[in-house]
Design a protein around this ligand. Structure first.
Ligand code: PLP
Length: 371
């Protein structure tokens, strides 16, 4: 596959048609509420700018990022949609946040005063969301503090208070008692402050999947928009967009009882055929998948043989015919089989979000529109 005229034997495919379908499915579920798409950490590894442009085209209402850097990159790429920065802001970022027209989170009176000062200096207004901590204990004010700060900020010329939000800590499984307590605490604050002109938002993917009571005025599902569910269960029409593929780069025959790759943690039983795949942990294919993960070649599953190296790994294909140049699917569907991100995440004893985030820019990404 070629990108910018340079050929590379491994690539990520992102299915934008499936992305559009996933957004439609989620829209169907949330009715008239707003849809905010989290595009942080390189859009969960799918590629920040291309995913933002697709999201704008498909009519996402708000884009969310983690920090100024991601937001500024989107503005530079011509993204016009409202962009909300989730993470806590730092004093030296305030000027740029305002000038790039980014909406950002306020979680303290101290930061609010710094922002007000900067706005006066620049004679500009800014759009903010107040963040309330209802149980995540990460960023966000206690509900009482949020109530007081809201009253104060209303009197300032410079603040346009767009919304009030909080984050669920335990919603990745259904019927969690603490998730209901967070929803209840958030609803109570809304009773006190009122909904007039404000966007109240709480639901992440877990909220959208399992807690319709958490929808309020806007939802912020990340993982779910990329077609993965928060607990690995099947969910209706949602399908992943992400595939990782490569071409076999080398073939050899190895005798019985021989070790393969660093440390020889894999030993052949009898004479066998071994192929090399040009992807490694230097691309984000975790070393913890060594001797565990499977790949698909010619519609059949084969195991990774030995340690995954920085740039390549080996596969024992037994007596099967596999040739240099054959397509290998590391993540995704080939023929009747699928290697899902959840399969890979479980093998690496982590979450699919982390697996996705680790793929860096050495592997080119291709955006597929229809198939
Ligand atoms: C990352 C994030 C989300 C999305 O989380 P998912 O579980 O992937 O849906 C939503 N809200 C906030 C504040 C986040 O940081």
């Amino acid at each position: 596959m070629k990108k910018n005229g340079i050929s590379h034997p491994a690539w990520i495919e992102v299915d934008l048609e499936q992305f559009r379908k996933n957004l439609q499915v989620i829209r169907g579920r949330i009715g008239k509420r707003l849809l905010c798409l989290p595009l942080k950490a390189n859009a969960y590894g799918h590629g920040l700018v291309p995913m933002a442009l697709a999201a704008e085209e498909f009519g996402v209402d708000v884009i969310a990022v983690s920090c100024l850097k991601e937001g500024a990159e989107l503005r530079r790429a011509g993204v016009r949609s409202p962009i909300l920065v989730f993470g806590a802001i730092h004093e030296e970022q305030i000027g740029d946040l305002i000038e790039h027209g980014l909406e950002f989170s306020l979680s303290s009176k101290f930061k609010a005063e710094l922002v007000a000062k900067k706005c006066r200096e620049k004679e500009l207004q800014c759009s903010v969301h107040l963040e309330v901590d209802t149980g995540m204990r990460r960023t966000g004010m206690r509900p009482e503090t949020a109530l007081t700060l809201f009253e104060e900020l209303k009197r300032h010329e410079c603040f346009r208070i767009r919304g009030i939000y909080s984050h669920l800590a335990t919603a990745d499984e259904p019927a969690d008692p603490f998730a209901y307590r967070q929803i209840e605490a958030f609803a109570q604050l809304r009773e006190k402050i009122g909904s007039e002109g404000l966007v109240w938002h709480l639901a992440n993917s877990g909220g959208v999947s399992f807690y319709p009571e958490s929808y309020f005025d806007m939802v912020r599902p990340g993982l779910l928009c990329y077609g993965l569910t928060p607990n690995g269960s099947e969910e209706g029409e949602l399908r992943p967009l992400f595939s990782l593929k490569a071409k076999v780069s080398y073939f050899k025959v190895v005798g019985g009882g021989e070790g393969i790759s660093y440390g020889h943690i894999y030993k052949t039983k009898e004479q066998t055929r071994v192929v090399t795949v040009p992807v490694g942990y230097g691309d984000g294919y975790s070393r913890s998948l060594s001797n565990r993960a499977k790949v698909l070649i010619r519609g059949r599953l084969f195991g990774v043989a030995g340690r995954i190296c920085m740039d390549q790994f080996m596969v024992d294909v037994g007596k099967e015919e596999v040739y240099v140049g054959d397509e290998v699917t590391l993540i995704g569907r080939q023929g009747e089989h699928e290697i899902s991100l959840w399969d890979i995440a479980r093998m690496a004893e982590t979450d699919p979000r982390e697996i996705l985030c680790h793929f860096n820019d050495r592997i080119p990404r291709y955006y597929v529109r229809d198939r």
